[in-house]
Write a new protein. Structure first.
Length: 304
């Protein structure tokens, strides 16, 4: 951004790098904060869903976090920073930057930990191209996108994430193994949540693929039926470009008797693009922990 007297104009700001824009953005925040009154803070607390507390009791959330991490004992658990590099989602995936809470100093608030974990997988595979990286985390994510209908959805929520990255193997070996491994984690978590009075009846996996990946779908369906015989398996076409040809939803019936795909995983090209290596594969999954007591808990039937 070229030197100017006074505040930079809009064109200069849009053409600047994050480091060049940071001084102006920090000054803007300072000036705006200096004009705020205590009553302004209370008013924002009432109207702004970004800053309101979760509806889930923190002790209960902590217990669910522990069950999730224990179920993923084959994955290294990382405690992520609350912020990530600016554009970590919109650069890798077909999504808008408006769906994240952008910050200053070239950062954004984490809205999807799988994208952040993709960076870590890429870093490790740069150091060891033959590695098989398995990572997990539990994170309080913040999203600016429109909220879906129904109870339990908020601007910030607890998300359990699993990722695996490695070089491709013959006959979709990496993808099939990774999908089975992550679904087993979700299934163990379903079982463990019984200690909290949460039940997951009629468990189902919905395997969605694009037409070029039909063979992969058949291999995954066969593996799920062998590894998790108590899980119903269905096939559907995939029409979302967000995924690289594969998406698997995993869920069960809520206390209201409605199927909820609380777990979701898929294939992505993010690590291959980060490392400029098309042979690298990446499977990532997410599980909405906040929905466990709200949709599958004994008390949720009375609330509904």
């Amino acid at each position: 951004m070229k030197p100017r007297t006074g505040a930079p104009d809009r064109e200069d700001l849009l053409a600047s790098s994050p480091s060049e824009a940071t001084p102006f953005l920090l000054e803007l925040a300072r000036v705006q904060a200096s004009r705020r009154r205590p009553t302004d803070l209370l008013a924002q607390r009432e109207r702004d869903r970004f800053v309101q507390p979760s509806v889930i009791d923190q002790r209960l959330a902590h217990r669910i976090d522990g069950l999730a991490l224990d179920a993923a004992d084959g994955f290294e658990a990382l405690l992520l920073s609350p912020v990530a590099p600016l554009g970590v989602c919109s650069t890798l995936a077909p999504t808008s930057q408006d769906r994240t809470l952008s910050a200053v100093r070239g950062t954004e608030v984490v809205s999807d930990p799988t994208n952040v974990l993709a960076l870590e997988c890429a870093r490790r595979l740069t150091q060891d191209p033959k590695a098989d990286v398995r990572l997990c985390t539990v994170h309080q994510v913040v999203r600016a996108q429109p909220l879906p209908p129904g109870a339990g959805f908020s601007r910030h929520f607890r998300l359990f994430a699993l990722v695996e990255a490695a070089p491709a193997r013959a006959e979709d070996g990496f993808e099939v193994d990774a999908v089975e491994r992550q679904l087993r984690v979700f299934d163990r978590l379903f079982d463990a949540c019984a200690t909290l009075g949460c039940l997951f009846p009629r468990r189902r996996a919905i395997v969605r693929t694009t037409e070029p990946r039909e063979v992969l779908a058949e291999r995954i369906v066969e593996r799920i039926r062998a590894a998790l015989p108590h899980v119903e398996v269905a096939r559907e076409p995939l029409d979302r470009p967000y995924y690289e040809g594969l998406r698997v939803a995993f869920g069960a019936d809520t206390v209201q008797g409605v199927f909820s795909p609380i777990g979701d995983l898929g294939a992505f090209d993010w690590v291959g693009r980060l490392n400029s290596n098309r042979r690298l594969r990446f499977i990532a999954g997410g599980f909405g922990l906040q929905l466990v007591p709200l949709l599958f808990g004994e008390s949720s039937s009375a609330d509904g």
